[in-house]
Design a protein around this ligand. Structure first.
Ligand code: NAG
Ligand code: NAG
Ligand code: NAG
Length: 231
């Protein structure tokens, strides 16, 4: 009996993912209710990253994601204490500082606090394109202005991108690498084994490993994090 129990324990322990120091999170771009967030929390997702700013070229009044406020509030009520946001800026709209200030003002007016902001650096595979396709210097200038404006507001910064996206948009620029990296690779594997350095980053903080996962009746993206709650 003891042998059987030990054997069972061995099997259980060796089949658990090797995830010491990691945790699971989700990111969302739709409105999630309190009940849905409670269900997600019960499924061991301890952090949530909410889209708060959209790159809506040609619609300058629509920068703030209208679902952001409700989702942050609902996540908090449901019991999440680790709530980040991500910002999909609009390079072709110019005024990077103004875009950051719009986001920061929204967060502080709505909640009286600001949280970690992940700057989303990605491009569409077909038009409309957000970043310059021909001039990485221009993209670097815009990105730097976003970062500086976030720094000026004392915001904890992270960068969301992928090796392909970063190098095609920013070229060889490494100015994002002082900040934690959240990279995307939709390989459905909650593991960092696939990571290879780029853009000055030698290690990741987080990986978005499953896009458009369906759970708790909502569509979310799944993330694995090495990062301890940084704020
Ligand atoms: C930049 O954006 C801010 C906030 O939206 C706005 O108040 C400011 O007038 C803009 N500045 C320029 C030069 O467009
Ligand atoms: C690329 O963008 C930079 C910064 O905006 C600008 O100085 C430079 O002239 C641009 N280069 C070309 C080829 O358009
Ligand atoms: C990500 O991968 C999953 C599983 O293979 C697939 O169902 C989903 O459509 C993919 N999403 C994107 C945006 O590629």
């Amino acid at each position: 009996m003891i042998v059987k129990t030990l054997l069972f324990l061995c099997i259980v322990l060796t089949t658990l993912p090797k995830s010491s120091g990691t945790s699971f999170g989700i990111d969302v771009s739709t409105k999630i209710s309190v009940e849905e967030f409670k269900c997600l929390l019960n499924n061991n997702f301890i952090s949530v990253t909410i889209r708060c700013f959209e790159s809506t070229y040609g619609n300058p009044s629509g920068f703030i994601d209208p679902n952001c406020g409700n989702s942050i509030y609902n996540a908090w009520i449901a019991g999440f204490t680790w709530i980040d946001v991500y910002m999909f800026p609009c390079p072709k709209c110019g005024n990077a500082t103004g875009q950051v200030n719009t986001l920061v003002k929204y967060l502080s007016d709505t909640f009286g606090y600001t949280t970690m902001v992940w700057v989303d650096v990605e491009e569409n595979y077909k038009p409309p394109y957000y970043w310059s396709k021909t001039n990485t210097t221009k993209n670097v200038e815009f990105f730097s202005e976003i970062i500086n404006a976030l720094e000026d507001n004392d915001i904890t910064i992270g960068v969301y991108t992928s090796k392909y996206q970063w190098t095609s948009i920013m070229g060889k620029y490494t100015g994002g690498s002082p900040y934690p990296l959240w990279y995307n690779h939709n390989d459905t594997k909650p593991s960092f084994d696939d990571f290879t350095p780029f853009g000055g980053w030698t290690s990741p903080a987080s990986k978005q490993y499953f896009l458009q996962y369906s759970i708790c009746n909502v569509g979310v993206d799944l993330d694995i994090k090495l990062l301890a709650k940084p704020h």
